[in-house]
Design a protein around this ligand. Structure first.
Ligand SMILES: Nc1nc2ncc(COP(=O)(O)O)nc2c(=O)[nH]1
Length: 285
């Protein structure tokens, strides 16, 4: 069966299954934790994951390859060296883990190590073997809207109607996956904020949330600290970590619209606003 964290129905605050899931981001790249050796990076990453969970993350999204615009590809062996030890340790501590990878072999080995979700920004397009891994393992599968690797990301940000085109492309991709044997209940969709979308287009996507919800699949909103937030709810040009308040506001707006989950660097502000929202709803007479 597909892991409960993927299919679990939305519950009120006192139930175990979370309403809108808070997915904490764990980028295991040496520059993100320490410029020391890999071992340091793994230990630091595990410590950071524990902190994410302590601050309210329902699951931790472990990635070993930055997908920032213009980022270089990382060799699969390096990605696995970074990611797999962390996945194994977090799973052993009872933490729900998703693996953020475009590589089928990494996904397969992470799921074999206990990861319950494959979060592939390419939705299975980057590695033709990914569909087999997702289909055969039954893991949750985050299918994000994607129009190509970081090196040509912005050249693909041409839309006449961004919301409708992104919606259509996501819908078509999911239909292809189902034809290829992936079960619908495995799938979470994600409009891919910042991927082949610039500035205002990201806000159009958020404003068009209902269009994505109307596809009828769980929706993951991943706006955390992204460039399009610059200057909104924070000073223009401020460092990305200053965008956590704006991120929490988007988490609340997404949760109110029934989002399956929100993907954030710092769960604390998001957890705080979701707790406020739960208290508000619970008091309804
Ligand atoms: N599902 C999903 N996964 C992602 N992984 C990485 C990034 C890049 O952002 P980061 O480097 O801040 O994690 N963005 C997404 C996203 O928008 N959706």
């Amino acid at each position: 069966p597909v892991p409960e964290i993927v299919t679990g129905r939305r519950r009120e605050r006192d139930e175990r299954t979370p309403g809108t899931r808070v997915m904490g981001i764990l980028n295991v790249t040496p520059d993100s934790f320490s410029d020391g050796g890999l071992h340091l990076a793994v230990d630091a990453a595990v410590a950071h994951a524990r902190e994410l969970v302590a601050n309210g993350a329902d699951l931790v999204d472990v990635g070993g390859e930055s997908t920032r615009p213009g980022a270089e590809r990382v060799p699969v062996a390096v990605e696995q060296e970074r990611v797999l030890p962390v996945v194994r340790q977090l799973v052993s501590e009872g933490i729900a883990v998703s693996v953020d990878t475009m590589n089928a072999e990494t996904a397969e080995r992470a799921v074999e190590s206990g990861a319950v979700i494959v979060n592939d920004v390419s939705g299975g397009l980057a590695d033709p073997d990914m569909v087999r891994v997702v289909r055969d393992t039954g893991a949750g599968f985050v299918v994000m809207h994607w129009r190509g690797h970081s090196d040509r990301m912005y050249r693909n940000a041409e839309y006449t109607h961004a919301v409708e085109e992104v919606r259509r492309e996501v819908e078509l991709r999911v239909a292809e996956l189902i034809v290829l044997g992936v079960r619908q209940e495995q799938v979470v969709i994600d409009p891919g904020l910042g991927f082949a979308k610039q500035g205002a287009q990201n806000w159009e996507i958020l404003a068009g949330y209902e269009r994505f919800a109307s596809i009828g699949l769980p929706v993951l909103v991943a706006a955390s600290r992204k460039r399009f937030l610059d200057g909104v709810g924070s000073a223009a040009g401020a460092p990305p970590r200053d965008r956590d308040l704006a991120t929490a506001a988007i988490s609340l707006l997404a949760a109110e619209r029934g989002a399956w989950g929100v993907r954030v660097h710092d769960p604390a502000p998001t957890r705080a606003v979701l707790d406020v929202w739960d208290a508000w709803r619970a008091a309804r007479t």
